[in-house]
Structure formats: structure tokens, C-alpha cells
Design a protein. Structure first.
Length: 101
């Protein structure tokens, strides 16, 4: 973050650091990480979960990721149905096993 701040500039210019949305997200994650590390704020762990969004920046550089991410999110509905069916199946056979025991 510090290198990009020096290279791009903070606020001035067209391509500066804080005019790019991904850099704002990255900067906020880094800053909250420092605040947590130095024990200034201890209840900001929730904002650190945005660290998961940082790999989504690679979608801009890799065209295959633009196809892969919507495909994986589309599979979540079918995957949820599978896990629900599996849970129901295990529940029925566990009840059957308890009755036999």
C-alpha cells in the first residue's frame, strides 16, 4: 500500500490511489489491520472480512476468472439443494438406526 501511495499519489491526479475503488478497499483493510494490531480498536474484526474481496481484483486481469466466478456462484443453489437432500437422507437413516438399536 505504501509503495502504491508513493507511486500513484494520494489524492491528486487522475489515476491516484484513492480514486480507484479496489485501492480504497485494500487501503481500508490494511488500515483496520494496523489498528487491530496496535490494539487501538479491538472490535473491528468485522471489517477485516472484506479481505476476502481482494482476490476479486484478479478478475480484471484474467479473462478466465470472469467466466469462472459466475459459474461457481450459479452452482451454489444446486449445491445447497444437494446438502439439504443429504442431510434429510442422513436424518432418516439415523432415525431408522436408533429405532433398531
Amino acid at each position: 500500500m505504501a509503495v502504491k501511495l508513493v507511486a500513484l499519489g494520494i489524492i491528486e491526479g487522475e489515476g491516484c490511489y484513492f480514486r480507484i475503488g479496489w485501492n480504497v478497499l485494500d487501503g481500508s483493510v490494511v488500515i483496520t489491520g494496523f489498528l487491530y494490531y496496535f490494539k487501538i480498536f479491538r472490535n473491528i474484526q468485522m471489517t477485516r472480512m472484506f479481505r476476502v474481496l481482494r482476490p476479486m481484483r484478479t478478475m480484471k486481469f484474467m479473462p478466465a476468472m470472469k467466466v469462472l466466478v459466475p459459474t461457481m456462484t450459479g452452482c451454489l443453489k444446486a449445491l445447497a439443494a444437494f446438502w439439504l437432500l443429504l442431510f434429510f437422507y442422513m436424518f432418516i437413516f439415523s432415525m431408522f438406526g436408533l429405532q433398531l438399536f
